[in-house]
Design a protein around this ligand. Structure first.
Ligand code: XIL
Length: 329
């Protein structure tokens, strides 16, 4: 099969890393980001809490910085995200306690049209709905996140209708952007991706402008790798959807010295390679993004008792995984 025009992308936190970007005097981080990656995802800057801190008040500074940096460096932008249970502003959390479904819809619609409209034509893929599935392993299944997500909660009688409308609003605001669902534990064929597949099928049957299935791919060496990634991507592709690896990283438990073993480094490289190969195997895989490229800025150590998750050390030393991704295309 002919090699495709696929470039690895990276997440970047614009507010933290790109404000004040000077093309002639980039930081080392900015130089690598601009030179090595084909697309950028704002790591936090397009989330509700950053963009919409008060009712009627928007702060586009971080998001604008990502879009401007991408433009200056000939990169694409993946938007992230419009409907999520996490990183919502306090006012949404407070107000949502009393929302009717219509009130929730009105707040969401205004936000989606404002944000997607502002960047219309500048974003090639949008993670419209993020992590809308709840892993409900105890109850033996997977359900939509109708408790933790304030919007889905207010519209819990018909959450699928709400999700569909969010895609419709986004599509009206930017008809050129490919619109994605995005979730974790969504790489292989499993209970969750079966539910994901059923939802995608239902939305498409309803005529919803859903264009893509995102798999975050936050992997850990603690867990077995699910070898059915290509098979999973193919079934979504068969629905006519694009697929994307949206937030790849491969973390691991580290010893007392904070260093990985040689074996762990080899396993990490293999996992990144398998994710990339799954994307290359499926012609409709449209993007491959790492969730940050250096360990100093990775979200992993703040959240998990693990590390070494990205493709460069905190001192920008290239790991084998760097070569497998960046030289592997
Ligand atoms: C993470 C960011 O990387 C952190 O900086 C932030 O504190 C929390 O969110 N799944 C997602 C991303 O969809 O938005 C999350 O990003 C990581 C998990």
């Amino acid at each position: 099969e002919a090699p495709r025009d696929l470039e690895v992308g990276s997440a970047v936190w614009g507010q933290r890393e790109l404000i004040g970007y000077d093309r002639k005097h980039p930081t080392e981080f900015q130089r690598i980001l601009g030179a090595e990656f084909g697309s950028l995802t704002p790591e936090n800057d397009m989330k509700w809490a950053e963009l919409h801190p008060e009712p009627g008040v928007y702060d586009f500074s971080g998001a604008d910085a990502v879009v401007a940096f991408a433009k200056a460096n000939g990169q694409e932008v993946r938007g992230h995200t419009l409907l999520w249970h996490s990183q919502n502003p306090q006012w949404v959390t407070d107000a949502s306690a009393g929302w009717t479904c219509q009130e929730a819809r009105d707040v969401l619609e205004e936000h989606v049209r404002t944000v997607v409209g502002r960047y219309a034509g500048e974003i090639y893929e949008w993670d419209v709905a993020n992590e809308i599935f709840q892993d409900d392993w105890d109850a033996g299944g997977v359900r939509l996140r109708t408790e933790a997500n304030p919007f889905l909660k207010a519209c819990a009688e018909d959450p699928v209708a709400l999700i569909g409308d969010v895609f419709r609003w986004a599509h009206e605001a930017d008809p050129a952007a490919a619109l994605f669902l995005n979730d974790y534990n969504a790489e292989g064929v499993n209970t969750k991706t079966n539910a994901y597949y059923d939802l995608a099928t239902e939305l498409l049957a309803d005529g919803v402008p859903l264009h893509g299935m995102g798999a975050q791919a936050h992997l850990s060496l603690q867990y077995e790798f699910d070898e059915s990634v290509t098979e999973n991507f193919e079934r979504f592709a068969d629905l006519g959807l694009q697929v994307a690896v949206t937030e790849a990283d491969v973390r691991m438990p580290l010893g007392d010295d904070g260093e990985p073993t040689a074996e762990q480094i080899t396993l990490q490289t293999e996992r990144y390679r398998k994710l990339l190969d799954a994307c290359l195997d499926v012609p409709s895989c449209s993007s491959f993004t790492v969730w940050g490229f250096d360990d100093a800025r990775s979200w992993v150590p703040g959240v998990f008792p693990e590390g070494y998750a990205t493709i460069m050390t905190g001192e920008y030393v290239k790991k084998p995984a760097y070569h497998t991704l960046l030289d592997g295309l």
